[in-house]
Design a protein. Sequence first.
Length: 351
Amino acid sequence: MNLLVLRFSAMGDVALTTPALIAIAAKYSNTQLTVVTRGNFAPFFYNIPNLNVLGINLKKYKGPIGVWKLFREIEKLGPFDKIIDLHGSVRSRMISFFFMLKKVPSFRIVKGRREKDRQTRRFNKKLDKLPHTVDRYLNVFKKAGFEAPIRKGPWLNVDGESKIFAKEYFKSIGLDKKSGQWFGFAPFAGHALKEWSFQKSILLTKIILEEFPDCHIFLFGGKDEASQLEVLKNNEARVNIVHGAHLGIRGELGIMDRLDVMIGMDSSNVHIAALLKKPVIGLFGTTHPISGFGPFAQEDTGVLQVELACRPCSIYGNVKCWRGDHACMEMIDPLDVVRRIRVLQNVNTLW
């Protein structure tokens, strides 16, 4: 049995396929899984049995003709018995349709858009807890006849190359050996409304350095945020910038794997760290974990939020604040983060 699994983006959503894929691979050892995704996401799938990754550059497959070309390339890896569409995008639906013309059945994710609209509308919200994204992925496999329970994490494995990248990075900043506590902090997100004010990020960095004299802080961000990361660093020897553009996903995975806690917005960094089974503190404001996007297996301890009647106002953070004051994020104080760190240090967890 050969299953074709489609999930192209975004980074956090692709990473969240791994608990489902591990569950299926463990229970159905005679089943081959072929995952088609962006090429730079391939490290997420390291060491999953019977799984092959076709990493692609989506820029090469634009428009209907491009999707047809992609289908023809995927087809060469077959034959496939079933298509598992974990994306539900126009591209994945078209590829599924082409395979259905060849009598290969397709099974597609149910995203629950109507229920999410009820959560995010301004008035008369319906705040029922929705299935986690991982559960939605598993439900697609279940519809295809492959039901499996979630396995114990971690759900991302760090390969040797990632560890080498991380080792070289730590050596370059003078940290050959780990001492004290290592905190990751990712102050940015894909949409501005999911972010704290920059002044709060500056304040949090200062407070952590004061409260934890033996700690090191690792700031995560992209090349577009380089100047802001330098401001956060403020020439502090115990604050280090993780240059994602230079290290790539492999390097970042290797570094996250050495952290004691990962702090961030509702963004891929927090979700990836949770999949590495690292304690996380995700700041949620415009979005809400009840929509199914909380840090996996840490939807309680890993979420820092304030309850407001207007929350959630968005699933992805790509809206404007109805109140105009961004209270859902501004009411979270840097000291709240420090208190949560203390809780994580003293709770008997599985980490």
